[in-house]
Write a protein that binds this ligand. Structure first.
Ligand code: CDP
Length: 773
């Protein structure tokens, strides 16, 4: 632990020897292609598949009517709604799945899809979530009993007490902030190979899945296939970021086609299909207010939010949290009262609401509070750093009960702030900004002191689709002292094969190189809920330590037997037990492993292995301070990120190099969200942002040099004091970028700019303020 050993998995990745779903090729395999709706809202008057079926090489064309006969036209979503697998009756968003063509090769399947004739009758389209509840809004979901576009109202906190504080407040600040619809756009799109063997009854699904076990259970429940006859294999995954948590219609169609044809069926999305139809993220339309005293003490927060869930409520989040963990929105600050309400609505857009590199809406929450604090600082004409420091929850208040009910495990927010300020040279930058302003130049400094909540469970509160959110690890030590470690999680590039091995090395003293970590095969791994929302380290990492400690307990008995002493006479140091006071009388873990199969004490079971299903007592609360410096070109409105310092605290670190890589990746995604990315829609529901021509990915040219730093505040309840980290940079950085841009323009009276902050937006503001060059 704490060592930057090189990633074991990279040996195969850098040699092009990774094995992704599209690399799976089975004998007799055929290919599926989806027919999708060009309309956002339309009645389906008829589908003619005859011409497509006539094309040589086409094996079948499946429609919603065909699926309806098997009761599979609809499937349950992850959040108590249902979603069409293939459309029947209506289509509800552009690119919705309408028919599935299967052919001998993928090109014939794509050509045949063009020959499927669909008769659509266009219906009025609802794009703006603010209009979803208008009396004249078209009702989208006529399949539901409730003839309304309203999905849920959810509230938390004390409304009356909060309103009272606002009535009496000396100072109030308010911000309307939209966290735009965006998409994780992983390098590898989604896909599967479904292989049903009629002779054995076994269904093997190679799947781009972040949660293979949960998917196996859902396939069993929805498809009526005995779970023991389903094997889900998630091979290497090229990025998930929450995009590979939902079950998509293409998976179900591939399974149905394989059952029907008796051949393996491969379905791989195109890039556009991925962007246009798979799980979106964010789309929160938020208003936050802060009440404070004149001298800058925050007293209360009030939040009202409209959540655009698209055509089906397929949000991937724990059952008890309709708005995810959005109630972490009170942030790093200490005040007694808050109230937060969220309404979810349907619109003619793709479903989703995935946890894109975030713990279920934490990114929206962190962005909102960090924007609101800056607006308050502007209102009070005070420095945003000073305001934050005045209101931070102080270290001695942990475990801290937040006004919206969270119990923060540990934190030292001022420590992270201090490191960030020192690294960036904050005072000098403020001075430089003054000088530049005097010369008419635009420079801004943005701060974000975010708090996160990651590592769901605990199981008493957290479940997804009813399955409790524990996670697992099984360790087997072979006679020669080498180990195999199998996990309920699934890496999508985070380096699990290295870091879990490091945990075993720390706990048992077996070198990480001697520990093989395997994930993603439901036939071999213990049941787990998978990897998303930075839960791997807090939950499965903990399970790994606990399983190793169970092994150590047995190893101690074997060591006592080998050394002919009692267990009480033994001490442990990583890698060996030795007799207290006589360190040369020792047995290494390798000696003990051999003995576990060759010379165990009488009456003891052979073998050295353990499994642990870990249910965390609480979540972990990583945090950090990010500071961004921007320069703005007054001629073009272009924003240049000059410097970005990210100080993160994720408790004890397993592998600093991997953590740094996680931070770099997440910051780059945050940069893209802040300046470049949006899945937008025109008034007819046409997707704008459905290709990489419009949905921009940052390259090395746009990406600044990231400066990282850390503080270490261990989690008191985690077995080795670690917190999750993977999502922190995506959660914490958008506010730092936006705060920097607004700070650059604040003297012109600018209080907020919605993301993505494209140059034309800034240029328009400069023009409006008469400040353009
Ligand atoms: O669930 P996910 O793997 O996405 O997130 P994570 O638990 O934050 O871990 C991301 C990567 O960083 C994994 O390889 C972890 O083992 C590593 N990590 C670490 O080395 N030290 C920590 N305190 C947290 C994560």
């Amino acid at each position: 632990m704490g060592h930057s050993i090189k990633r074991k998995e990279d040996l195969r990745f850098i040699q092009g020897k990774g094995n992704y779903v599209d690399d799976v090729n089975l004998p007799d395999m055929v290919y599926g292609h989806m027919v999708r709706s060009p309309y956002a809202h339309a009645r389906l008057k008829g589908i003619n598949t005859e011409n497509a079926k006539q094309l040589p090489g086409v094996l079948t064309v499946i429609t919603g009517e065909d699926l309806a006969k098997a009761n599979l036209a609809w499937m349950p979503t992850l959040f108590f709604d249902k979603q069409m697998v293939l459309a029947t009756g209506k289509v509800l968003f552009q690119s919705q799945e309408v028919a599935f063509v299967v052919a001998e090769d993928p090109y014939i399947a794509a050509d045949a899809a063009e020959l499927v004739e669909v008769d659509y009758e266009e219906l009025p389209v609802l794009v703006d979530p603010h209009k979803a509840l208008d009396p004249d809004a078209p009702i989208l979901r006529d399949d539901r009993e409730d003839k309304s576009n309203h999905i849920f109202h959810w509230e938390v906190g004390d409304r009356a007490a909060t309103d009272k504080v606002f009535e009496d407040a000396e100072v109030k600040a308010k911000v309307h902030a939209v966290f735009q619809r965006c998409h994780p756009a992983p390098l590898e799109t989604c896909g599967c190979v479904a292989d049903h063997n009629a002779a054995t009854g076994r269904l093997t699904i190679y799947l781009t899945s972040q949660a293979p076990h949960a998917h196996r259970t859902l396939f069993a429940i929805v498809g009526g296939i005995p779970e023991n006859n389903i094997r889900v294999i998630s091979p290497d995954i090229g990025g998930g970021f929450g995009n590979k948590v939902p079950i998509y219609p293409g998976y179900v169609c591939a399974v149905v086609a394989s059952l029907t044809l008796g051949r393996p069926v491969k379905w791989i999305e195109t890039r556009s299909e991925n962007l246009q139809s798979t799980g979106f993220a964010r789309d929160y339309h938020m208003t936050a207010e802060l009440a404070a005293t004149q001298d800058g003490k925050i007293q209360a927060m009030r939040v009202k939010t409209l959540a655009d869930h698209g055509a089906f409520n397929a949000a991937a989040q724990p059952t008890k949290f309709p708005a995810g963990l959005f109630s972490i929105c009170t942030g790093a600050y200490d005040y007694p009262t808050a109230f937060c309400e969220v309404d979810g609505v349907y619109t003619n857009k793709a479903p989703g609401g995935i946890a894109y590199r975030c713990s279920f809406r934490v990114t929206e929450a962190a962005y909102l509070i960090e924007r609101a604090v800056d607006v308050l600082a502007q209102e009070l004409k005070t420095d945003p750093v000073e305001l934050r420091r005045k209101n931070f929850i102080s270290p001695e208040k942990f475990p801290y009960k937040s006004p919206l009910g969270w119990s923060y495990d540990s934190g030292d927010y001022d420590a992270a702030m201090k490191v960030a300020l020192d690294t960036i040279g904050y005072d000098a930058l403020r001075k430089e900004q003054q000088e530049k302003r005097a010369k008419g130049e635009l420079m801004g400094i943005g701060i974000s002191s975010f708090v996160e909540v990651v590592g769901a469970g605990p199981a008493h509160t957290f479940d997804i689709a009813g399955i409790k959110m524990f996670d697992s690890c099984e360790i087997r030590i072979h006679p020669t002292g080498k180990a195999m470690c199998r996990m309920g999680t699934k890496s999508q590039g985070q380096g699990h094969e290295t870091t879990y091995a490091q945990i075993v090395a720390q706990e048992l003293g077996i070198p990480a190189a001697d520990v093989t970590v395997e994930e993603g095969d439901t036939d071999t791994a213990p049941y787990g809920l998978g990897t998303y929302a930075s839960r791997s380290t807090p939950v499965s990492g903990a399970a790994t330590a606990m399983a190793a400690r169970k092994i150590r307990d047995k190893a101690k008995k074997i060591a006592a037997h080998l050394l002919e002493c009692s267990e009480e006479d033994l001490d442990w140091e990583p890698g060996k037990f030795f007799v207290k006071g006589a360190p040369s009388k020792a047995k290494t873990i390798q000696d003990i492993a051999f003995a576990a199969y060759t010379n165990m004490p009488e009456g003891m079971e052979a073998g050295l292995e353990a499994v642990d299903y870990y249910d965390p007592p609480n979540l972990t609360f990583p945090f950090g301070t990010y500071i961004c410096v921007v320069d703005i070109d007054k001629g073009t409105g272009e924003v240049k990120v000059r410097r970005f310092v990210a100080v993160d605290d994720c408790g004890n670190i397993i592998n600093p190099m991997i953590v740094e890589g996680q931070i770099h990746g997440g910051l780059t995604e945050g940069l893209a969200i802040a300046f470049m990315q949006q899945i937008g829609y025109d008034e007819n529901g046409n997707v704008q942002g459905g290709t990489f021509m419009d949905y921009l990915l940052p390259t090395a040219v746009e990406t600044p040099h990231w400066e990282t730093g850390k503080t270490c505040t261990p989690s008191p309840h985690h077995p080795f004091g670690a917190k999750g980290v993977g999502e922190s940079p995506n959660v914490g950085s958008p506010a730092a970028f936006v705060n920097a841009v607004v700070d650059a323009l604040s003297h012109l009276g600018v209080k907020h700019i919605d993301m993505p902050i494209a140059p034309w937006k800034v240029w328009n503001i400069l023009k409006e303020k008469g400040a353009v060059n």
